[in-house]
Ligand binder design. Sequence first.
Ligand code: SDX
Length: 375
Amino acid sequence: SQNEPTIYKGLAGVVVDRTQVSKVNPDTNSLLYRGYPVQELAAQKSFEEVAYLLWHGELPTDAELGEFEEQERSLRHLTPAVKRVIDELPMTAHPMDVVRTAVSLIGANDPDAADASPAANRAKGLRLWAQMPAIVAYDQRRRNGLEPIEPRSDLGYSANFLFMTFGEVPELVVVNAFDVSMIMYAEHSFNASTFTARVITSTMSDLHSAVTGAIGALKGPLHGGANEAVMHIFDEIGLGLGAGERAEAWLNETLAARRKVMGFGHRVYKHGDSRVPTMRTALVTLVEHYDRPDLLELYESLEAGMTKRTGILPNLDYPSGPAYNLMGFDTLTFTPIFVAARLTGWTAHIIEQTASNALIRPLSLYNGHEERHLA
Ligand code: SDX
């Protein structure tokens, strides 16, 4: 009827608030973190520098970076309680559930749990971020029947993450590709998990609650869970000789059944995801390093087939999933890696939401039963 309010299903196209953290521009296909193009940051800066930038608004000086790195490196160990709780979880638990549970436990023990000042939120974000590789690596090793590995304080964030997972520091090309993926995943404006974190923050709840909720939102295959789902598609089609032909057949069947092809499409980008070219280059470097042309063949034929049939382009999860596979991560570990990266963006948004808070509470249009009464 005439008086019906417009419904913005999925909040599509709705501008909810201002932000200074990042700018996604689908027209120019660009992404800026605090004003800097993400491609420039990936080429010249470390993930630690990007985290500092997101949290403080400016890149660190050498002295500031030194202090920041030293702090992060000193906070990497898990308490025995966190390890015990992870051990209590079934091996069949999805690693995102393990990460969510660990974050919840860490929050319950955090000395600054109730302090929502920017400094306290940065300190809480830092403690959580520093422990994330230990949580993710501990769980992957547990699932594979391997002993946990303690963190090393002489390694950068990405190198230590890989060391704790695999027991050795891989070659520089691998560490760099991983670091690039972390920078690409760090921040992306009001995506579903960040918005979830902001909704929770808007009630004046605490950072760990906001992060726990954000992890829940990120888990779904329409959001962060897509990097895992991409690898399932690759496994389903099967790598090795003739992957191109099999990809064609798989696509025909999938699209005919009106199923979504994970790793493709985006709510905001309609001419391609700004982060894909950089991550694709990192993937190609890994393909060469590990000598796996079959993986690239499948990657390219699926992309070509999808683009030809639908015009829908890949998003960041499409190149990052296979990249993590080449590095040796279990498919189930892909989305938890995304958590470690996006924790930097979430923390920046939690601080920003707190500083200019308004309770987030939209309206709904009731279309249930008309008023009725008990007999
Ligand atoms: C991330 O927002 C962010 O910033 C997220 C993210 C971040 O950094 O935080 O970038 C990370 O989450 C990337 C997205 C990962 N998700 C996937 O890869 C899952 C597969 N993709 C889709 O389901 C979909 O494209 C979404 C969820 C990403 C976007 O969905 P929208 O905006 O709600 O669009 P839609 O589902 O309504 O699609 C519009 C049309 C539909 O066709 P019609 O009904 O109009 O005929 O395009 C079709 C869709 O069926 N379509 C797809 C498709 N994506 C869109 N068809 C097949 N496969 C796809 N992947």
